[in-house]
Ligand binder design. Structure first.
Ligand code: FES
Length: 352
């Protein structure tokens, strides 16, 4: 068993509120709801927004889970994984701690390529008392056979190990970026001198966000930092296991382009029920079609604007997910997760 001492638990939104307060009190400004469409390196960095505004600065840090500025390099060194969590009420007082099933992981490490399956457990408290949060059941984004089954598996796993849990109060899923060698990419974007990235968080974004705040400030200021080499986004590793993962993950991305020649998941828009979506073949094109709760149909090109893979419908989150590098779009085609920086292209709704 591996034990990490001196752990701490805090409320992420309260923490963010504190950070935002410090920024504003120090004279900084925060703009939300502003979509950045390019970040260009140079002696001064140029950031352009969708509304036509331009910001220049000595340096810029792109901290968007999956970078929106780097089209290829970083995306070939990390892979997007959907991850699931459930919250269960507990019926007795428990010690608050975070546990990872590393024993199972170590066993699976011997036989699998890519990140191994894992579960984690932590205790938290809401207004009504203690709850158990259980997470895991990851799979490559857009490549689930049955996302609802992931929640079932989590609950089964939790009840087998924690017999004192009661009802499930919440279920949710998210996306994590898995770096090929297991360590995040925090530092200068490969090939740039004044643009920085924070990515490859592997589910540890809160820890990495704080770490990145310390590390990137030192890099911009030209100060030494003992973590710089470890997290350098340009690092190369020649370990056989890492190289095997690199090849396997990129072969998986290449394989997703077969979607161009496969039939659609639904044969006609008539098969799509309210609140659901499906990819249809329409001549040589693939269309992402969604029927809203009022029965109205919406159609978009299913081609991801990042690099051209075909998106897939996630019936649990009601999103269009790209199986290549993790771009995600809401049911109406609006991008919610990079690396894509634009929405799915609306098209005419096909007839029945
Ligand atoms: S995210 Fe790269 S092709 Fe869709």
């Amino acid at each position: 068993m591996l034990r990490f001492p001196r752990q701490a638990q805090f409320h992420p939104l309260k923490f963010l509120n504190g950070v935002a307060g410090v920024i504003v009190d120090s004279g900084g400004e925060i703009f939300t709801g502003t979509r950045v469409i390019s970040v260009e390196d140079g002696d001064r960095v140029t950031v352009r927004t969708q509304d036509g505004h331009t910001i220049t600065a000595q340096a810029a840090a792109v901290a968007t889970n999956c970078p929106i500025n780097d089209r290829v390099t970083i995306h070939s060194k990390q892979a997007p994984y959907a991850t699931y969590a459930i919250c269960l009420r507990v019926t007795r007082v428990v010690e608050h701690a975070l546990f990872w099933d590393t024993a199972q992981t170590a066993e699976e490490e011997k036989k699998e390529i890519g990140p191994v399956r894992y579960h984690y457990v932590r205790f938290a408290r809401d207004e009504q008392g203690d709850v158990l949060i259980v997470g895991g059941e990851d799979h490559k984004t857009g490549q689930a056979k049955d996302c609802a089954q992931c929640f079932v598996n989590l609950e089964r796993w939790a009840r087998a190990r924690f017999p004192f849990v009661a009802e499930v109060t919440d279920r949710w899923s998210g996306q994590v970026m898995e770096p090929v060698d297991g360590v995040a990419y925090i530092g200068c974007n490969p090939g740039d001198k004044n643009v920085y990235v924070v990515t490859g968080d592997s589910g540890n974004g809160i820890t990495h966000g704080i770490l990145a705040g310390l590390l990137i400030v030192d890099l911009i200021a030209g100060r030494e930092n003992p973590w710089a080499k470890l997290y350098d986004p340009s690092r190369k590793t020649l370990k056989p296991r890492t190289l095997a993962d690199y090849v396997a993950e990129n072969a998986n991305v290449a394989a997703q382009f077969r979607d161009y020649i496969t039939p659609g998941l639904a044969k006609s828009v008539d098969e799509i029920r309210p609140g659901q979506g499906a990819v249809l073949r329409h001549g040589v094109k693939k269309l992402a079609t969604y029927r809203d709760s009022n029965g109205e149909l919406h159609a978009f090109s299913a081609v991801c604007p990042h690099f051209g893979c075909v998106v897939r419908w996630d019936p649990c989150e009601k999103t269009w997910d790209c199986p290549c590098h993790g771009s995600r779009f809401d049911a109406l085609g609006c991008v919610v997760n990079g690396p894509a920086i634009s929405d799915l292209q609306p098209v005419e709704v096909p007839e029945s």
